[in-house]
Design a protein around this ligand. Structure first.
Ligand code: HEM
Length: 78
């Protein structure tokens, strides 16, 4: 999964997929914010027991920060 998420980040730059598709980092970050919010709303809508709801949300937040890095690293200049 980490390898796939790394490729998802890469494919939005000229380094993978179509070299003509280069999505600016600001839009990648904006969509990550949207996804994080949608995920939070979904988890809150599941009606989970409070402790499970909390641990689920915390786990997904950690995952999203890792995904964020797997996007940003392809935009970093050496
Ligand atoms: C949270 C941020 C984003 C995620 C998680 C995401 C996810 C994905 C995924 C899963 C793919 C296909 C990867 C594959 O073929 O294995 C993809 C490709 C693509 N995405 Fe995104 N995306 C994001 C942001 C954006 C934004 C902001 C745009 C444009 C405004 C965009 C445009 C595209 C395009 C054009 C492709 C095809 C690239 C190519 O084939 O060269 N994506 N994206």
């Amino acid at each position: 999964m980490a390898q796939y998420l790394d490729m998802v980040g890469r494919i939005h730059t000229e380094q993978a997929g179509s070299p003509n598709v280069v999505v600016p980092l600001v839009q990648m970050n904006a969509l990550m914010g949207f996804v994080a919010d949608a995920l939070t709303a979904t988890i809150f809508g599941l009606g989970l027991p409070r402790d499970v709801e909390q641990t689920t949300l915390r786990a997904f937040q950690k995952l999203l920060w890792i995904q964020n890095d797997l996007i940003n690293r392809h935009y970093a200049r050496a």
